[in-house]
Design a protein around this ligand. Structure first.
Ligand SMILES: *Cc1c(COP(=O)(O)O)cnc(C)c1O
Length: 375
């Protein structure tokens, strides 16, 4: 039987050479490779400030902390996302205010958010679901003249754009993930970008105990005492991991192009077979982090199993956050609270899409999905 992995990373000899160089050097932790990756990301996105962190989760948490978000404050975000998005709000002691999403795309829009804004709203967190960007222009317009922060959950890729606007351009900050299955990956890692350089400086301090100097700076620069100016955390990314991102950032567009070709093939095949999937909007550059199809809710789990039985790796992105056991029990959420998120959550089924997926595998996946849906 054929076996098609749900995901394969894109790490090759260049990445292996990078990590070998770091292992033969003095500084294994945050140092010159972090700085280089931060510069590459800044160049790629055209945003001045970048801070690497140990994960998206760590970076998003530090961002909310840097803005002083805590008890009594509210953060609005979609119920259809990964649990990390809302967990960071809870870790700050603030209140999660879920909104529902658009039926065709799964994206949060300004109209989903507008009526939820109160005097306690401190931030709004749009999630660029699957790698398709939310409309940052309308969200920016909504928060204009207020002190509400916009934080983009762009864990599904920095390759995306909408109306030629990239993540980090219109918001106060955007967060990326380099977790094991993301479009570019170093196993675990994340980045925060912002055009506010003071804010990025706070993230760099907060990621390392609130200290004024990092280990590599202490080592390489003339001896100077460091100070601790605020209570920070330990959320820095070691150079051993950061260096893996250097070659991947250089081939980021080529990899996106490969995923787009797979997307176009799937889109053609599934349109012809009448299998629904999320709408790809005009004027959007999609990162194509995930490809999902929508199955009839009552047969979705059967389809998942049937595809696995055919050797194909599948996933569910995502069960809506408010219906997980913890959120139900702690906040008394129930079915019907966010009907569109629940509908998509019950129907969604993710299939393999990554540069190393061969043509033969891609065809086999599409054939199998169509067979299962029509069976
Ligand atoms: C993966 C993911 C995260 C968390 O990323 P980490 O780097 O693992 O912390 C956050 N939001 C979304 C939408 C994700 O898919």
């Amino acid at each position: 039987m054929q076996k098609v992995e749900f995901y394969k990373h894109n790490i090759g000899n260049d990445e292996i050479e990078e990590v070998t160089r770091v292992l033969k050097s003095t500084i294994l932790t945050t140092g010159s490779k972090n700085s280089l990756v931060e510069e590459l990301i800044a160049d790629y996105l055209g945003v001045k400030g970048v801070a690497l962190t140990s994960s998206w989760t760590a970076g998003a948490f530090l961002s909310l902390k840097a803005w002083g978000i805590g008890p009594g404050d509210e953060v609005i975000l979609p119920a259809l996302s990964f649990v990390a998005s809302s967990n960071v709000v809870l870790h700050c002691g603030a209140k999660v205010v879920f909104c529902d999403v658009d039926e065709d795309t799964g994206l949060m829009t300004d109209s989903h958010v507008r009526d939820l804004i109160t005097e306690n709203t401190k931030a709004i967190m749009p999630v660029h679901l699957y790698g398709q960007m939310c409309d940052m222009k309308t969200l920016k317009f909504l928060t204009k003249g207020t002190s509400i922060r916009l934080f983009e959950d762009s864990a599904h890729g920095m390759e995306c754009a909408r109306d030629a606007i990239k993540p980090g351009k219109l918001s106060d900050a955007a967060g990326f993930s380099f977790y094991a299955t993301k479009t570019i990956s170093c196993g675990e890692g994340g980045a925060i970008v912002s055009s506010n350089l003071d804010f990025i400086d706070s993230i760099k301090r907060l990621r390392l105990h609130g200290m004024t100097k990092s280990a590599s700076e202490r080592y390489h620069k003339p001896f100077r005492l460091w100070d601790m100016t605020e209570l920070g955390y330990k959320f820095n990314l070691p150079d051993i991991l950061a260096c893996l991102l250097i070659p991947q950032l250089k081939k980021i567009e080529e990899s996106r192009q490969r995923r787009q070709e797979i997307y176009e093939y799937y889109a053609d095949r599934f349109t012809e077979a009448d299998i629904p999937f999320p709408k790809h909007l005009d004027k959007v550059v999609h990162s194509h982090h995930l490809f999902t199809v929508w199955a009839p809710a009552e047969r979705r789990d059967h389809f998942l199993k049937a595809l696995q039985d055919k050797g194909i790796g599948v996933a569910v992105n995502f069960p809506p956050i408010h219906l997980t056991e913890y959120y139900r029990k702690t906040f008394s959420y129930k079915e019907g609270d966010f009907p569109v998120s629940e509908k998509i959550g019950a129907q969604t089924l993710s299939i393999p899409i990554y540069p190393r997926l061969s043509e033969e595998e891609r065809n086999y996946v599409a054939d199998s999905v169509i067979e299962v849906f029509q069976g």
